[in-house]
Ligand binder design. Structure first.
Ligand SMILES: Cc1cc2nc3c(=O)[nH]c(=O)nc-3n(C[C@H](O)[C@H](O)[C@H](O)COP(=O)(O)OP(=O)(O)OC[C@H]3O[C@@H](n4cnc5c(N)ncnc54)[C@H](O)[C@@H]3O)c2cc1C
Length: 364
């Protein structure tokens, strides 16, 4: 990213500044904008298209999509609903999880590429005059005044930017710059695995299956419309030695989990096709300081098992007090002077918490 030679930042003022346009940041931005609260979301990438991110949209997130009135738009995007998650253990198929046991209406997990979900949420946000998503804006630090966080600085294509805000939200993922700048201590949990991600063609007549497990191999196979998004678990820190042992060894390890992939395994013919995810599991001891709050992976990097990360990130964005953040010393009341006034779209907990649209005020 290039910046102007000038070191003087352009300063803009908003009510909430969110660092990071992932599921947590975009969902929070959308909800705040709908509640009439001006929000700036800063995302360092040009677009949302990054392959090796999760696909699993759980029923809890589908409930939020419904409550936002976005189900029709969601259903127009290609996705794969799975009412049941099968796991094949030593070649025996188990119906490990049955979402039909959940309350209606959402009784299936759905696989939708994360970039499609984010594009959908961002497009909905863009319908609000309160929503300002800025791509290619790389947050570099927080701004403090009188012991309080009052915004962030960012590098953008047109130079340095400073966003002054009543509330700053770190939603910039597991390597969060804002969290580091806040100096919040985290608790790290040991994790014995890393994950390698790659694609394989879909063999004919392969039933949708979440994973194949053998005594010595664990393979996740996310069915996308045209291919399988696969993840092979490997012992932590072993990727380099695996590479040294060669692609044949890698392919053989995949087949040990699922011999049914034999017809497609040779599509894997270059290490460039295989990406390493170094698994982290951690969470902050304190998520908030005066003027700032961490959510999503920035607050708690999740285990990849069962693909819950996106869904926890989304739930972080829709806590009961969506319109107030007293825990970080901020109380946000919408300024209801626009045509969208009073729209306090509650999300997952909306039924429990009714943000009053008629009282011209949003209360927790
Ligand atoms: C390989 C892989 C596979 C996964 N599979 C699944 C799965 O199947 N299901 C599932 O639920 N979860 C999965 N996860 C986890 C899931 O992707 C995360 O838990 C979830 O995306 C967290 O959302 P978030 O919004 O908190 O953070 P992120 O999705 O990480 O989003 C953070 C955003 O902040 C941006 N950003 C970072 N730094 C800055 C900065 N300085 N300035 C501006 N922007 C910045 C990033 O570009 C990114 O867009 C997977 C993760 C990985 C890495």
């Amino acid at each position: 990213m290039t910046t102007n030679a000038s070191t003087e930042p352009t300063v803009i003022t908003t009510r909430v500044c969110i660092a990071g346009g992932g599921p947590a940041g975009v969902m929070l931005g959308l909800l705040l904008a709908r509640a009439g609260i001006d929000v700036v979301v800063l995302e360092k990438h040009t677009d949302f298209f990054r392959d090796f991110r999760g696909d699993t949209v759980h029923p809890s997130t589908l409930n939020v999509i419904d409550q936002l009135g976005l189900r029709e738009a969601f259903d127009q995007v290609a996705h794969t609903p799975l009412p049941r998650l099968d796991v094949v253990l030593n070649e025996v198929r188990l119906h490990a999880i049955d979402f039909k046991t959940l309350p209606e209406p959402n009784q299936a997990i759905t696989l939708m590429p994360q970039w499609d979900l984010l594009n959908l949420l961002a497009a909905e946000g863009a319908r609000s005059p309160h929503f300002d998503l800025r791509m290619r804006a790389d947050v570099t630090d927080v701004v403090r005044r009188n012991g309080r966080v009052v915004g962030v600085t960012a590098r953008t294509e047109s130079g340095l930017l400073q966003v002054d805000a009543e509330l700053t939200v770190a939603a910039d993922g597991r390597d969060s710059t804002v969290r580091k700048a806040l100096g919040l201590p985290e608790r790290t949990f040991g994790v014995p695995v890393d994950v390698t991600w790659f694609r394989l063609d879909k063999p004919e007549n392969l039933p949708d299956t979440l994973g194949y497990i053998s005594d010595t191999s664990f393979l996740v196979t996310i069915p996308r419309p045209d291919y399988l998004q696969c993840a092979l678990l490997i012992p932590k820190g072993s990727f380099e030695s695996l590479r040294e042992s060669g692609l044949d060894t890698f392919r053989e390890r995949v087949l040990r989990a699922s011999p049914r992939l034999k017809s497609v395994i040779n599509g894997l013919d270059d290490w460039q096709q295989i990406k390493l995810l170094t698994v982290q599991i951690n969470r902050l001891k304190t998520w908030a300081v005066p003027g700032a709050l961490c959510i999503g992976d920035a607050a708690h990097a999740m285990s990849p098992i069962f693909g819950v990360g996106i869904n926890y990130a989304v739930q972080d964005a829709v806590p009961p007090p969506i319109c107030s953040f007293p825990f970080c010393g901020v109380r946000l009341r919408p300024r209801l002077s626009t045509p969208r006034q009073g729209r306090c779209s509650g999300g997952a907990n909306a039924r429990r918490r009714r943000c009053s649209s008629s009282s011209a005020q949003c209360t927790a």
